[in-house]
Structure formats: structure tokens, C-alpha cells
Design a protein. Structure first.
Length: 134
């Protein structure tokens, strides 16, 4: 289990890195050899949490550029994300994780750093609400 109490450990929150992901997507869409509508996103560990945060359905009343995010990534894979740390404020009004595209979460059942159970609960609630999560 992680015992690193360093304050710098949380200096860059996954939600802060969503801008980086959308900036990369915007760049990829300028490349003529790529189909910009079929770009996926994948991240592991902290990047997995960033992946989940990036695909949250944005609230147009609160977020600049929300409309562009609806036409964002085609799908995503999150490897060992910290589902328990996913900011509950970045869910739909019912408090359910609402991705803008299909999301696959891959996590180990015996992982003691990022436990699987919060991810099971997150995906079960999302699927029950009709969102594409596994």
C-alpha cells in the first residue's frame, strides 16, 4: 500500500490534465493521415484516472468548450485508475459517471493501491444509467 505522504503527490490532479488530452486530440485532428473522429484515449494509473476524468460528460453551463468535448474521443481504456478518487462533482446531476464515449476499465482485483471495487461500482452505476462503461 502507498505510504507516500508528500504534498506534491497530488499537485497535478487528473482533472487538470484533461486539457492536455483535448489539446492532443485537437492536434491529431489536424493530421491528414488520421481519421480525427476515431481517436481513442488510454492511460495507466494516474493517466487512467485522467482518462476517466477526460471522458466525463461536460456541463455546458460550467465548462468553456463543453460542446467540443461531446465530439471528442471515440473510446477510452483506463488501466488501474483511482476510481474512488474520481471527483464526484464531475458526474451527471444524478451523481453517475457519464462518459461521452465507451470506456473500458482494466484493474486487478488484488491491487492494494487502486482497489477494484470502486471501479466496479462506478461502471455498474454508469451502465445501469445507460452509459457505455465496462
Amino acid at each position: 500500500m502507498c505510504t507516500d505522504a508528500s504534498p506534491s503527490r497530488t499537485a497535478v490532479d487528473p482533472t487538470r490534465r484533461t486539457r492536455d488530452a483535448y489539446a492532443a486530440l485537437a492536434y491529431l485532428r489536424t493530421l491528414p493521415a488520421l481519421d480525427g473522429q476515431r481517436v481513442g484515449l488510454m492511460g495507466g494509473s494516474h493517466g487512467g484516472s485522467t482518462t476517466l476524468a477526460t471522458l466525463v460528460t461536460p456541463d455546458p453551463a460550467l465548462e468553456v468548450g463543453a460542446a467540443a468535448r461531446h465530439a471528442g474521443f471515440a473510446a477510452a481504456v483506463a488501466l488501474y485508475p483511482g476510481c474512488a478518487r474520481l471527483d464526484s462533482g464531475r458526474a451527471n446531476p444524478a451523481g453517475v459517471y457519464a462518459p461521452t464515449a465507451p470506456v473500458l476499465i482494466l484493474i486487478g482485483d488484488k491491487d492494494d493501491w487502486t482497489p477494484a471495487e470502486p471501479c466496479r461500482q462506478l461502471t455498474a452505476a454508469a451502465r445501469a444509467a445507460g452509459y457505455p462503461s465496462r
